[in-house]
Design a protein around this ligand. Structure first.
Ligand code: ADP
Ligand code: MG
Length: 257
């Protein structure tokens, strides 16, 4: 079953900035996909379309569905967007935690609606919510730092908290936009392995953007490459073609010696 179904998405930010030319893409349930391609190719823009944070061009014949629910169609957000968004966990390059709050509170907030409620602003959570958040933190190996402030954690740890927040949310899909771009190699490996574990053991579908291909090759099953706002190739990881990869990143191949 397709868990993400994208058809005919076009996006102009201005008359001259045509970020997505025409994108069709479907992601099957349980896949872990890397969205790769050079900087400016449209990866983040496409991810934001899936979350309903950016709207496709008006009057385009576009549609995006997640788990069968429409997110947006013809450049208009669906009226049930809050229900659909609740199924999608977002992980960002800059972690997006509330730095002055504890790790535990950051995770508990993940289980609430995106609109801050009176209850969450006051920091009132139920024992059940606390239990679930501790479980999510245990899953990412950070139960021992639950009561520290988020700002005290390393970048790699903060990214694991962001993943715990998506688990707390019971997301069916995780969209991770450059989750390792700010991390050192060791933390990058830990974060990618964690995403892979969650994909394999919890059956959560993962779409991760990576601007380099080596982590995609190690952790993902399929690579979808964007170039200039279009899908340049869409291949199983084991069939990645070196020439196409070189062409994707604009590497000039010199004459053979
Ligand atoms: P990537 O994530 O692959 O680096 P982006 O999706 O961020 O690429 O950007 C695709 C293109 O859209 C780029 O030319 C970028 O400058 C442009 N772009 C992205 N967001 C905006 C925005 N909010 N306003 C104007 N142009 C944007
Ligand atoms: Mg980007």
């Amino acid at each position: 079953m397709s868990i993400i179904e994208i058809t005919g998405v076009k996006k102009h930010f201005t008359k001259d900035i045509h970020a997505l030319k025409h994108v069709d893409l479907s992601v099957e349930q349980g896949e872990m996909i890397a969205l790769i391609g050079p900087s400016g190719s449209g990866k983040s823009t496409l991810m934001r379309h899936i979350s309903g944070l950016t709207l496709a061009d008006k009057h385009s014949d576009s549609s995006i569905k997640v788990l069968g629910n429409t997110i947006q169609q013809k450049g208009k957000l669906d009226s049930n967007i809050r229900t659909s968004r609740a199924q999608i966990g977002n992980v960002f390059q800059q972690f997006n935690l509330v730095s002055r709050l504890s790790v535990l509170t950051n995770v508990m907030i993940g289980g609430l609606s995106r609109i801050p409620t009176y209850r969450s602003l006051l920091g009132w959570f139920t024992a059940e919510e606390k239990h679930m958040a501790l479980e999510a933190l245990e899953r990412v190996g950070l139960k021992n730092v639950a009561l520290q402030r988020a700002s005290e954690l390393s970048g790699g740890q903060q990214q694991r908290v962001a993943i715990a927040r998506a688990l707390m949310q019971k997301a069916k899909v995780i969209l991770a936009d450059e989750p390792i771009a700010s991390l050192d190699p060791e933390s990058s490996r830990i974060v990618m392995q964690l995403l892979k574990d969650i994909n394999e053991k919890d059956g959560i579908t993962v779409v991760v953007t990576l601007h380099q291909v080596d982590y995609a090759q190690k952790y993902c099953q399929r690579a979808v490459a964007l170039q200039n706002g279009e899908v340049f190739f869409d291949q199983k990881i084991q069939h990645l073609d070196e020439e196409q990869l070189a062409a994707l990143y604009g590497v000039q191949q010199g004459p053979s010696p």
